[in-house]
Design a protein. Structure first.
Length: 652
């Protein structure tokens, strides 16, 4: 199949440079070489410049000016030669990285049996309930606010928090921590806000709103609120909720959850010897599955749900072709962009919202109807049908109290619409397990290689089949790479630094993340010399490397998202290594803000401009292949480690 004509379009400035011609030459050949629409009329770029057909221009040059054509031909051959060489070098480099990854994995496997002999199974691994007893007070009272989405359970829990003398709100997402903290402040309650990136501390504040991973178990509160507790079954982040339930020091703890989490919450609370009561919350507006499937014509207040970034953008572009304004929300979109797109939808600037299930938590939106464009999703492991609980969580966003009398739900055809009705009518399925997070405190207390500690903890049996340990394969590989680098470069890192590096935001199964993390580690060479700075981190005295990576904004939305992902890896690395000072923190903030503003400008503009019509260079695989769509944020998932860096925390 031949290339599409759109792939040969080029603006005047680029064409003049390519062919070494001037504007007069372009004007003279305009009728022959400019791009026209199928119905007539010249095609222009978004900036208003005429678009030319590169192949037709080359043919015209070959015919009219053979000498210039020979110059172009020679330069074109040289460009192709350099491109072939660059591609060859890239293939060789990727092969080297893959070999290193495999070698690192093999080293980790060989050490597992050794680890079980070197490090006894810890008290934390064998008895997590007992391990956290040193933090929690006896006789806690849990109040479970149980209900579906849009039932007001979080509102009621926050009312109790607002009237308490001191308290903590533990959020599933950075955005929710920010919103609740701001709401408490507006109601006259001094409240500090702490997330992975922001720390907005108020002098004398007795309340804190923070992401659940950052819960400080050494702090006492009068009241605590744990939101979205059904997340304790999430294999990646669920351990943070379990840790909070087992360890929070507060006499009264409000837990907001869907009904399917109640049996396991009851078990956890009973194991702790605490009391619990249940407050049932009903949905405040009815949720109705429409008799007819979606007819292809969106209405004001519709939210069309897809399950990949690519499908969201393609759907929004198709609607744009029909003259329908849209907002888009998906997991890889930074929170500032999500809030901006949500505001456009909320104010009516856009008629329709096209989103993944990233709208399931964290955003209050005026959704009248949820339209499921598909009923299967990729969950990071495989493609599967939506569960009944997922359908309820997403569909429940429709018909918010005070905005609509009811919420509506439909599918793309009669079969899927009936399937959705069945899923909404079926009872909640009880959660099958709870996740256990590796206690960061454990890594501080045992004098052994961190890789061995992680391996021993992950291998130890749990006291009950419902407890599933978090997958530490990424952390063990990161710890192994860190220890190998320490040995090779003769470094002696503090244990708290090794822990921070082990739980990097980099996904080491991804070649680019692996290479970035490895380069960051090797950038620590000479770190003990006076005046040392890391080449890959902000440096106020020499910003050339930083500017090369982050100073020039890329044209592609995909690359902007990738840059933000890379920025998050570097941020977590600098934080783990205790390299952050006020200047570096501000440079990270400014860089992220610039990238996010550019993302906002792109997603709020033409959706057709976001559709990728040709294969991009690195990252070579699909962004959706690397980071499946979810709500997580590179700045959300740092667990609190309360011990400071001291000589006693340095490895032997």
């Amino acid at each position: 199949m031949g290339k599409k004509p759109s792939q040969h379009r080029i603006e005047a400035s680029a064409l003049r440079k390519l062919l070494h011609v001037d504007q007069d030459w372009l004007d003279a050949h305009f009728e022959e070489i400019h791009v026209t629409r199928s119905k007539g009329g010249a095609v222009k770029s978004p900036k208003g410049a005429y678009m030319y057909n590169r192949l037709k221009a080359i043919d015209a040059l070959k015919r009219d000016d053979p000498d210039k054509y020979k110059v172009f031909q020679a330069e074109d051959e040289e460009r192709k030669r350099r491109q072939r060489e660059a591609q060859k070098r890239q293939r060789q480099e990727m092969e080297r990285i893959r070999r290193e990854q495999e070698e690192a994995r093999q080293r980790a496997i060989q050490r597992r049996e050794h680890a079980m002999q070197v490090v006894p199974a810890s008290h934390a691994a064998m008895d997590p309930v007992g391990f956290y007893a040193k933090y929690r007070r006896p006789g806690r009272r849990f109040i479970l606010h149980v209900g579906p989405t849009n039932s007001g359970k979080t509102h009621d829990a926050l009312e109790a928090l607002r009237t308490a003398g001191s308290g903590a709100y533990l959020a599933p997402l950075r955005l929710l921590a920010l919103e609740v903290g701001e709401t408490l402040r507006e109601s006259g309650v001094p409240c500090s806000i702490i997330t992975g990136e922001e720390q907005s501390l108020m002098a004398g504040a007795m309340h804190v709103a923070e992401t659940v991973e950052l819960a400080d178990l050494t702090q006492s509160y009068d009241v605590a609120v744990i939101d979205e507790a059904q997340m304790m079954a999430d294999p990646d982040r669920g351990g943070a909720w379990t840790r909070a339930i087992l360890g929070l020091d507060a006499p009264i703890i409000h837990v907001c959850t869907s009904p399917n989490a109640v049996p396991l919450l009851r078990k956890l609370i009973d194991w702790c010897g605490d009391r619990m009561e249940i407050v049932r919350h009903e949905r405040q507006t009815p949720l109705t599955v429409e008799d007819e499937p979606f007819d292809g014509t969106p209405q004001q207040g519709d939210a069309i749900i897809a399950f990949s970034r690519k499908q969201v953008i393609a759907t929004a572009a198709a609607l744009e072709d029909k003259g329908i304004t849209t907002s888009v929300i998906y997991g890889a979109l930074p929170w500032s962009a999500r809030r901006f797109e949500a505001k456009r939808f909320r104010t009516g600037e856009s008629k329709v919202l096209v989103a993944t299930d990233a709208i399931g938590m964290g955003l209050n939106l005026p959704i009248r109807r949820i339209v499921f464009s598909e009923t299967v999703k990729y969950d990071g492991y495989s493609e599967r049908p939506l569960t009944g609980d997922e359908v309820k969580q997403i569909a429940g966003r429709a018909g918010r109290l005070g905005m609509f009398d009811q919420g509506l739900v439909t599918g793309m055809d009669g079969k899927s619409t009936q399937w959705l009705k069945t899923k909404l009518d079926e009872p909640y399925a009880p959660l099958p397990f709870i996740s256990l997070a590796f206690p960061r405190e454990l890594g501080m207390d045992i004098d052994a290689n961190l890789t061995d500690i992680l391996t021993a903890w992950s291998k130890a049996p749990t006291p009950d089949p419902i407890m599933h340990r978090e997958d530490l394969s990424n952390a063990m590989l990161a710890a192994d790479l860190t220890e190998e680098t320490e040995s090779e470069l003769d470094l002696h890192l503090y244990r708290v630094q090794e822990l921070g590096l082990a739980f990097t935001t980099a996904n080491l199964d991804n070649e680019h993340d692996y290479q970035e993390f490895n380069d960051l580690l090797y950038g620590l060479e000479n770190m003990n010399e006076p005046g040392w700075t890391h080449d890959m981190l902000p440096n106020p005295d020499d910003e050339s490397d930083w500017h090369e990576m982050f100073g020039i904004l890329p044209d592609s939305l995909r690359y902007l998202e990738y840059r933000l992902h890379s920025l998050g890896i570097r941020y977590s690395f600098a934080k783990a290594m205790d390299l952050m000072d006020s200047t570096m923190t501000e440079q990270f903030r400014q860089t992220r803000e610039r990238l996010e503003l550019e993302v906002i400008e792109k997603v709020s503009g033409s959706k057709n401009a976001l559709v990728e019509r040709r294969v991009q260079r690195a990252p070579r695989r699909s962004y959706d292949d690397y980071w499946y769509d979810n709500d997580y944020d590179n700045y959300d998932d740092d667990f609190e480690v309360t011990k400071p860096i001291t000589e006693s925390s340095r490895r032997a």
